[in-house]
Each structure stands twice: as C-alpha cells, then as structure tokens.
Ligand binder design. Structure first.
Ligand SMILES: CC(C)(COP(=O)(O)OP(=O)(O)OC[C@H]1O[C@@H](n2cnc3c(N)ncnc32)[C@H](O)[C@@H]1OP(=O)(O)O)[C@@H](O)C(=O)NCCC(=O)NCCS
Length: 150
C-alpha cells in the first residue's frame, strides 16, 4: 500500500470516481458534484494497494499561508476501519506541515467525528448541513513542528 499523488488523467478519473462514490452517490448527487473550484490548486493524495487498486482519497488546500484545510476524505467501503483513513490523514498532515501550515481545519461529518477526534482534532462549532441531511462540525488541530506528529 502506498500513498501517492494522482498524476495521469486515469489517476484523476479514478480519484474523483471514488470521491463521488463515497461522498456523493449515497445521497443521489450527480457526477461532477464531487468537485469544486479549489481542486485545480489543491494537493491530492490517494492510497493505492497491490495491483493498483484505489483504496482511499483525500485533499489538502490552504486557506491562508499558515492554515491548511482537509476535505473529501473517502475510504472505499470494504476498506473502512482498517487503519487506511488514519494513514491517509497522517500523510495529508505531513504534507501540510512540509508546506508551512501551523494549523489544519476541517468540517467533519457527524459520522466521522470519532475518527478525527482520535487524531487530535477538536470541535470548535457547528458547520454547514450538506444536502439538508448531513450535519458537519468545524474541527481544528495545531500542527506540532518539532516531530511530535507521526
Ligand atoms: C471517516 C473515514 C475517512 C475513516 O477512515 P477509516 O479507514 O475507516 O478509519 P480508521 O480505520 O483509520 O480509523 C481509526 C480510528 O478512528 C476511529 N473511527 C474511524 N471511523 C469512525 C467512525 N465512523 N466513528 C467513530 N470512530 C471512528 C476509530 O477509533 C478507529 O479505530 P478502531 O477502528 O480501532 O476503533 C472513512 O471511514 C470514510 O471514508 N467514511 C465515509 C466517508 C466520510 O465520512 N468521510 C469523512 C468526511 S468528513
């Protein structure tokens, strides 16, 4: 299993397909709804297993020079709760730190709160409600710059 950046058109096709399948299709959202205007200027990471199978995707962008934001974390259904989301999140945090971030923020679905809490994120308020159904909470985590993070 390796963490890498999508680079070819086929990589990106599979990357957005998994994002759509996990984060949009269950709510009957059309293809295309999984993308936004920041995708072109963001860092994308994906988890690829033996045989090239795609297990997970996640995105990092910057809101300011010191504040990074993680969005669109998605692990394929049969691969959830096997530590892969943790591995991807840690890789995104590592990249954020390398690019100069002091803090990471994100909007967590209520169903994923336990995952982010386990990784040291603290809820700071209520966020948006997606598709009138999926409540989010703002969360943040200061990034240690002295090697505390894995
Ligand atoms: C949320 C998600 C990214 C987590 O990735 P994952 O690979 O399933 O999580 P991990 O196996 O790395 O979890 C590590 C720990 O986080 C916690 N955790 C993970 N998912 C959790 C959940 N849904 N609820 C509560 N705690 C959770 C657990 O403590 C878990 O350890 P354990 O399995 O030993 O108890 C993944 O399940 C997913 O893609 N879910 C659907 C899409 C989604 O909700 N994305 C986030 C949008 S904000």
């Amino acid at each position: 299993m390796q963490v890498c950046e999508p680079s070819t058109a086929e990589d990106f096709r599979r990357y957005y397909d998994l994002r759509w399948k996990i984060l949009r299709a269950p709510w009957d959202q059309p293809r295309g709804s999984e993308r936004d205007a920041l995708d072109d200027s963001s860092t994308h990471l994906m988890l690829v297993g033996p045989g090239g199978r795609l297990h997970g995707v996640g995105r990092l962008h910057f809101n300011s020079i010191r504040e990074a934001q993680i969005r669109y974390m998605a692990i394929d259904i049969p691969d959830q709760r096997k530590g892969l989301g943790s591995r991807l999140l840690e890789a995104l945090e590592h990249r954020a730190r390398a690019l100069g971030a002091a803090t990471i923020v994100l909007d967590a679905r209520e169903s994923a709160l336990g995952f982010y809490r386990k990784h040291g994120y603290i809820a700071s308020g209520t966020g948006h409600v997606l598709f009138n159904r999926i409540a989010h909470l703002h969360m943040s985590k200061p990034l240690c710059r002295t090697g505390q993070d894995k």
